[in-house]
Design a protein around this ligand. Structure first.
Ligand SMILES: Nc1ncnc2c1ncn2[C@@H]1O[C@H](COP(=O)(O)OP(=O)(O)OP(=O)(O)O)[C@@H](O)[C@H]1O
Length: 762
């Protein structure tokens, strides 16, 4: 019945879309309306398509006899006063499905999980809450829909993350539906569903605050492009497409930040002091000459002295405007001083005293001075027009500029930052460019010229369109004058039509937001939020002045040197203590056997954290004890290749990952590729392949059926945050974990059982 209703709606909207597209449009206004209507229909159809799979997954039988179906969208019975047939999982009426327990049944007698394959029901799992209550049971381990949950958790991994709407757990539901308007921090150990919760919260907010969020958009920030691809399907599968997924490195329009740099340099660039460094770098470009600057102008010799320039600089700075905008004041002051000098020289009345030039003559001199090459050269040297790119590139390419702007960094630290101008931008440069853009203000001269040219092109195009419209309409009516059509070009001139084309060129909010550095979002979600540097936070906070944010992360997993070990440190500068902390405590990914090992590593090696880490409790065991294998260094790669083949056999359709110290990835990858030709190796591997070999820093946020961690001692040694990296690596597995090493592993791993040569279990 529900699928029948869905098909009915699909048919209606498809017919409407076809009708809309058949309309020729007529006036440009009508064309615009047609496009908007078509986009709305297409969006609705996409939502219906997303709901096709597992349309209905739950049923609530309430104590008062009501029966409520829960699913991916809301469906209503038009013939029966719009009675709900299916309740959207985000609607308040669906909430008991996720939170009712025997102890607090919320009016629910029975909760049914319905599993479907295509349009066929293949299984149902019932929980009788009133019976459990009558038995005095308290809901056992607190899991909701345990059978459906365990089925989801023990399924083979596919290399893409799935949505969890069918089995959201109560503590996750609290976060997803939180009414908190400000900054919500979700701290949780590995596998507690932080990523899943963050994405479902985005879908929830778009449902409940659609009006506002549709206009300003939602931004989801993730740690790297591979991770964003991994999670990229989740929101579309929930019927939501208007969300911008981005890394920090991609948040500055027009910059592709792929330049490699050392972790130490990136850490320095992420420090809060860099805001002052960039500000000082801007001020340093506002110069005054030590010796008077001599300018030959119109057969006269003018001189620009230090005092004049200082006065002009002071005036310009006092306006409080940004560098490029305040420049006009500086220019006007300097030109005025030069014009007065010139007037003195050429207009002095040697006989009667006074000056022979009138105001108009002086104005003419001013105009000429502004156009004079030597004057422009002087102004360009004293107060140059600066783009963010030029400012930052100069700062890191010229030791004297860096020394002056960053006196609080040590000589050695500055040394780490210096580099060739060519070579592009690194991810850690992006927040600095953003900072610079804020301080410089737009030098929009180039952009303006380009925009003007593009607009002229569009106007020309629009004039063509209007001509064609008028022409074809005239033909339609066989040469008769049709007042409607002739009016078309009166109603909307080519310029207005061109502007509308521009609107349509950036169709969605997400696209418009992505192209605009100054865009502010309605809500910002940050995943792996512990990795962001102080400068990255500054940049992000500018994108979200309302501070409506959800930050999910784990301070025990921080791998980036510039990342944080304290949420309070991160947030205090922006919201003081007005942020709320929620915790997730249950690990859905990692079985208890593996989590015990990872927790021991964290306890032995972990740095002090705020809040102190509490390794999450696993919901299940896998029956496969993690193991380790010692091999001589020379045999490490061969041994790994053999083990990988074993693991591939053990996980069947699932996924295997080899997680290694960055310095070993190439060598180990080659050996694995020789044994498993379909493997994918490197910084950004194809996660849908059966086997991937990747460096430990890229494993963040991902998961695999089986994980082989290689040379843990080297993982620890390669980074000051090595202990966190190892903790992350050990918690990526949903079923099996092996550790391979030539050097002695940390003591928490030394007690693992020995590899038994490939005997399979679990
Ligand atoms: N309620 C749930 N129902 C089904 N699966 C779930 C549920 N919660 C989490 N999972 C699954 O558990 C796994 C871990 O979730 P997720 O990646 O969101 O955790 P995380 O907290 O972000 O982990 P990490 O910090 O280690 O990256 C995913 O496969 C996710 O789909």
């Amino acid at each position: 019945m529900l699928y029948g209703r869905l098909d009915g709606l699909r048919g209606e909207v498809s017919a409407r879309l076809a009708g809309v597209l058949r309309e020729s449009g007529g006036t440009p206004q009508a064309v615009l309306e047609r496009d908007v209507a078509a986009a709305r229909c297409a969006e609705q159809l996409a939502r219906f398509d997303a709901a096709e799979n597992k349309l209905c997954f739950g049923r609530l039988d309430l104590a008062d006899g009501e029966r409520r179906y829960v699913g991916r969208l809301g469906l209503f019975d038009e013939s029966d006063d719009y009675e709900p047939l299916l309740v959207d999982w985000r609607a308040p009426a669906a909430r008991p499905f996720y939170v009712a327990t025997a102890a607090a049944p919320e009016g629910v007698r029975r909760r049914r999980h319905i599993r479907t394959s295509g349009r066929t029901v293949v299984a149902i799992d019932d929980e009788l809450l009133d019976l459990a209550a009558a038995d005095g049971a308290d809901g056992g381990d607190g899991l909701v829909g345990e059978a459906a949950l365990l089925a989801a958790l023990s399924a083979d991994r596919t290399g893409r993350m799935n949505d969890i709407v069918e089995t959201i757990q109560a503590e996750q539901d609290r976060v997803i539906r939180s009414e908190h308007q400000g900054v919500l921090v979700v701290q949780g150990g590995p596998g507690t569903g932080k990523t899943a919760v963050a994405l479902h919260r985005a879908a929830f907010l778009l449902y409940t605050r659609r009006e506002r969020l549709a206009r300003r958009g939602v931004l989801v920030v993730g740690p790297n492009a591979g991770f964003l691809r991994y999670v990229g399907q989740v929101l579309p599968s929930l019927g939501e497409t208007g969300v911008l997924l981005s890394t920090i490195a991609d948040l500055y329009p027009g910059i592709s930040a792929r330049r490699a740099e050392t972790a130490e340099a990136a850490e320095i660039k992420g420090r809060p002091v860099m805001a002052e460094v960039v500000a000082a770098a801007v001020r340093d470009r506002q110069r005054v000459p030590d010796e008077p600057w001599v300018i030959e102008f119109d057969d006269q010799v003018l001189s620009l002295d230090r005092e004049t320039c200082e006065r002009a600089r002071e005036r310009a700075r006092r306006t409080g405007r940004r560098h490029n905008e305040a420049r006009e004041v500086f220019v006007a002051e300097v030109v005025e001083a030069l014009a007065r000098q010139m007037a003195e020289l050429v207009g002095a009345d040697v006989h009667g005293g006074g000056n022979l030039l009138d105001e108009e003559d002086v104005a003419e001199i001013r105009r000429e001075l502004r156009g004079d090459r030597a004057v422009r050269e002087a102004l360009g040297a004293l107060w140059p027009v600066l783009t963010p790119r030029r400012l930052v590139a100069d700062l890191f390419a010229r030791p004297e500029l860096l020394a002056s702007a960053a006196p609080t960094l040590t000589e050695a630290e500055r040394g780490l930052l210096l580099r060739e101008r060519a070579g592009g931008w690194s991810p850690a440069d992006v927040p600095l460019l953003d900072e610079a853009a804020e301080l410089l203000g737009a030098d929009d001269r180039v952009a303006r010229t380009r925009a003007e040219r593009e607009r002229r092109d569009r106007v020309a195009y629009a004039e063509g369109v209007l001509e064609i419209l008028a022409g074809s309409a005239t033909q339609d009516v066989e040469g008769e004058d049709d007042p409607e059509v002739v009016l078309a070009s009166d109603l909307v001139d080519a310029g207005a039509l061109a502007d509308r084309h521009e609107d349509r060129a950036h169709a969605t909010v997400a696209e418009r937001a992505a192209a605009d550095r100054t865009w502010t979002f309605g809500h910002v979600i940050v995943d792996e939020a512990q990795e962001l540097s102080a400068m990255a936070w500054r940049m992000l906070m500018r994108r979200c002045p309302s501070r409506s944010m959800t930050l999910v992360g784990d301070v025990a997993q921080t791998g980036d040197l510039a990342g944080t070990s304290s949420w309070d440190d991160v947030l205090r500068p922006y919201v003081a203590d007005r942020w709320r902390l929620e915790r997730l405590t249950v690990n859905y990914r990692t079985p208890a056997e593996i989590m015990a090992v990872a927790a021991a590593v964290l306890a032995d090696l972990g740095p002090p954290l705020d809040p102190p880490p509490e390794p999450p409790t696993s919901v299940r065991t896998s029956g496969a004890e993690p193991w380790r294998c010692a091999a001589p260094r020379a045999e490490l790669a061969d041994r790994l290749a053999r083990m990988t083949v074993e693991e591939v056999a053990a996980v069947g359709e699932g996924r295997v990952a080899v997680i290694a110290p960055a310095s070993l990835v190439a060598e180990l990858g080659a050996a694995v590729l020789a044994a498993v030709p379909g493997a994918s190796v490197g910084e950004d591997p194809d996660l849908e392949r059966p086997v991937v070999v990747l460096p430990v820093a890229r494993a963040k946020g991902l998961e695999f059926d089986s994980v082989l961690v290689v040379e843990p001692a080297l993982v620890l040694a390669e980074s000051p945050r090595g202990a966190n990296d190892l903790y992350v690596a050990l918690t990526r597995a949903t079923r099996r974990l092996g550790v391979l090493h030539s050097a002695a592993p940390p003591s928490a791993l030394a007690g693992l059982r020995e590899w038994d040569g490939g005997r399979r279990d679990g």
